[in-house]
Ligand binder design. Structure first.
Ligand code: SF4
Ligand code: SF4
Length: 368
């Protein structure tokens, strides 16, 4: 899949991509990372001069949805650009080679780029029965994972499986599937959770590492802050309905048709850190809440074992106010009741006043 000593710019020019498109790509990528025009220039310079970073992409227990998401990124030129940006030396799902030939490439890449490659991991290792529940090339995946991590520069944990364990680690977890940081202890790991992660988030993380030659800033859980520092709820377009106490109470009710907040039908947006409500999916077209279904919290640790997707979060802190949705709803309903009461009282007073005036107008003058 190309030599790692070539620069990214060499490769895209060879593929016939114009300089104008290249500059546009740098500007768009810098913007998607929340960086300014100076960073776009820096990015262009880095991609023109630095050799491409070799990447080894391994698959453990998983469903391949992270690869599916990545290769479907709607980012301009992504299929050419991102796959050219890294030297994807080994990916047993995407590469043409298979079996022993693929294994040879894996070992060659490890030796050739010792200490200089990124290990991207999709899926996780099961530890029970000495790792027998995931065998790769005749060996337990966990063994290969440890070996490849040993010579990596850094490790990326793609998706909920590699980051947290996901459904294959659901209770009672008979295979003892674990997130990769339980077996890789001595390398920096960037967690990019989600089931799958958003394509633009994945390409954004790779673009950052390739451009700046370092890891992006991470939060305490190891997630890149640029994409995981806000809750879905913080930027959700249905938020005004939440604040106004307007909730969908059951599927297909009138409130659902009006696009009210999905909190009461189980939306986990208030406790889920991800970029869905800002970056969205399918090239920014939509995201689950926009399609009428609540967030299931797929980027959060343990989401698979936290009960039904349709159970509502029982207590959440509101912004500046501590209240539950019911209290907000009650307060809003109370305000409406109070408003109606004020309106009724005002109408009554008006009626009384006009009656009084009417009586007064009809009173005999001699009684005045
Ligand atoms: S609870 Fe869900 S639907 Fe409602 S505002 Fe928050 S994220 Fe949006
Ligand atoms: S909206 Fe929630 S459940 Fe859906 S993809 Fe985003 S984080 Fe995952």
């Amino acid at each position: 899949m190309g030599s790692a000593t070539e620069t990214f710019y060499d490769v895209i020019r060879r593929q016939g991509i114009t300089r104008r498109s290249f500059v546009k790509f740098c500007n768009l990528t810098a913007a998607s990372l929340g960086l300014g025009p100076v960073a776009a220039t820096e990015m262009a310079r880095a991609l023109e001069t630095k050799p491409r970073i070799p990447v080894i992409w391994m698959h453990g227990l998983e469903c391949t949805c992270c690869s599916e998401s990545f290769i479907r990124s709607a980012h301009p030129l992504v299929k050419d650009v991102v796959l050219s940006m890294v030297s994807l030396d080994y990916d047993d799902t995407l590469m043409a080679a298979a079996g022993h030939q693929a294994d040879e490439i894996l070992q060659e890449t490890r030796e050739k780029y010792k200490g200089g490659y990124i290990l991207a991991v999709e899926g996780n290792p099961p530890l029970n029965e000495d790792g027998m529940y995931c065998i790769d090339g005749g060996r337990p995946f966990v063994e290969k994972l440890r070996e490849m991590a040993g010579d990596a520069m850094a490790v990326i944990a793609w998706g909920a499986c590699a980051s947290w364990g996901c459904v294959q680690a659901a209770k009672p977890n008979p295979t003892q599937a674990v997130p990769i940081d339980k077996v890789i202890r001595d390398k920096p790991i960037i967690k990019v959770p989600g089931c799958p992660p958003i394509a633009e988030v994945m390409t954004g993380v790779i673009s950052y590492i390739v451009t700046f030659g370092k890891m992006p800033e991470l939060d305490r859980q190891g997630r890149p802050k640029m994409f995981y520092s806000q809750r879905i709820h913080d930027k959700c377009y249905r938020r005004p309905h939440f604040d106004a106490g307007q909730f969908v109470e059951s599927w297909d009710d009138d409130s659902a048709r009006k696009g009210y907040c999905l909190y009461k039908v189980g939306c986990k947006g208030p406790t889920t850190y991800n970029a869905c409500s800002t970056v969205r999916w399918n090239g920014g077209v939509s995201f689950p809440i926009q399609s009428g279904h609540g967030c299931i919290g797929c980027s959060e640790e343990g989401f698979w074992d936290k009960g039904s997707f349709y159970d509502r979060l029982t207590t959440i802190r509101q912004f500046g106010v501590e209240a539950t949705a019911d209290q907000i709803g009650l307060a809003a309903a109370g305000a409406v009741v109070a408003g109606v009461a004020v309106h009724t009282a005002a109408t009554a007073v008006k009626r009384l006043t006009s009656k009084h005036d009417h009586h007064r107008r009809n009173e005999p003058h001699d009684q005045q």
